[in-house]
Design a protein around this ligand. Structure first.
Ligand code: DX5
Ligand code: ZN
Length: 217
C-alpha cells in the first residue's frame, strides 16, 4: 500500500454545481470520490443519499467511496449499491450486526470498510481486520467538514497498520477530517494510504489540480 490515493469529499463541493465539481476532481487525478452520507440521527447533520449519488454516477469514473454516518446501515446497503457505490464504510457505533453488514456489502460485489468516532477504542475494529478491505480512522468528530485535524488519532493509524501487517497486509487505511498539505505528511508517516480531503481539495484557492499535487507530494 505505497500508492497514495486522494478521496475528495463532496461535502465541501459546490452543491449547485456538483456535476462539474465531480468531473473536475476526476480530471485532477483523484481516483476516488468520498461520499459522506448523514442521516441527522447518527450525527447532528443531514447531507445527501442514494438519489444524489445515482445522479453523479455517470459524471465520473472514480471509485465511489461511501462513508455512511447513519444509525441503521443494514437497511440501505442495497440502495447504495444500486446508486453506483463501489465501496461502503460504516460505523462500529451504528445499530447493526457488524458481520452481517460486512457480508451484505460483499454480497453486492462492493468492498467494505469499518470506521469509528474519535472517542471509540480500536478494540472494536481489531476482530474484523481480516474480513474487510478498509479501516477509516476519523481525525475529526463526524458530522461536519472544515474542522481541525486531531493529531492524537495517529496512534490508532499505526496500531491498525501493525495488526494489519499480520492478518491482512493489503488493508487500506483511510483518514478523514482536517487533511491538508501539512497533515497529509503526518498521516502518511503513520501508515495511512487513502486521504479524504474536503475543504483542502474543493476549496483550494489554486484549484483542485494544485490540491491533488499538495496532498500527494
Ligand atoms: C466529516 C466527514 C468528512 C469531511 C472532511 O463527517 O466524514 O469527510 O467532509 O472534510 P474536511 O476535509 O473539510 O475536514
Ligand atoms: Zn467522510
Amino acid at each position: 500500500a505505497n500508492e497514495i490515493i486522494v478521496s475528495p469529499s463532496i461535502l465541501a463541493a459546490d452543491f449547485a454545481n456538483l456535476a462539474q465539481e465531480v468531473k473536475g476532481a476526476y480530471d485532477a487525478n483523484a481516483k476516488f470520490l468520498h461520499l459522506d452520507v448523514m442521516d441527522g440521527h447518527f450525527v447532528p447533520n443531514i447531507s445527501f443519499g442514494p438519489s444524489v449519488i445515482a445522479k453523479l454516477r455517470p459524471c465520473s469514473e472514480a471509485f465511489f467511496d461511501a462513508h455512511l454516518m447513519i444509525s441503521h446501515p443494514q437497511e440501505y446497503i442495497q440502495s447504495f449499491h444500486e446508486a453506483g457505490c463501489d465501496h461502503i464504510t460504516f460505523h462500529v457505533e451504528s445499530d447493526c450486526n457488524i458481520q452481517e453488514v460486512i457480508d451484505q456489502i460483499h454480497s453486492y460485489g462492493m468492498s467494505a470498510g469499518l470506521t469509528l468516532k474519535p472517542g471509540t477504542d480500536i478494540d472494536s475494529i481489531i476482530p474484523y481486520l481480516d474480513k474487510i478491505q478498509m479501516v477509516l480512522i476519523m481525525t475529526v468528530e463526524p458530522g461536519f467538514g472544515g474542522q481541525s485535524f486531531m493529531h492524537e488519532m495517529m496512534g490508532k493509524v499505526s496500531t491498525i497498520r501493525e495488526h494489519a501487517n499480520k492478518v491482512n497486509p493489503s488493508l487500506h487505511i483511510e483518514v478523514d477530517g482536517g487533511i491538508n498539505k501539512e497533515t497529509s505528511k503526518i498521516v502518511r508517516a503513520a501508515g495511512a494510504n487513502i486521504l479524504v480531503a474536503g475543504t483542502a481539495f474543493f476549496r483550494h484557492p489554486q484549484g483542485m489540480q494544485e490540491a491533488q499535487k499538495e496532498l500527494t507530494s
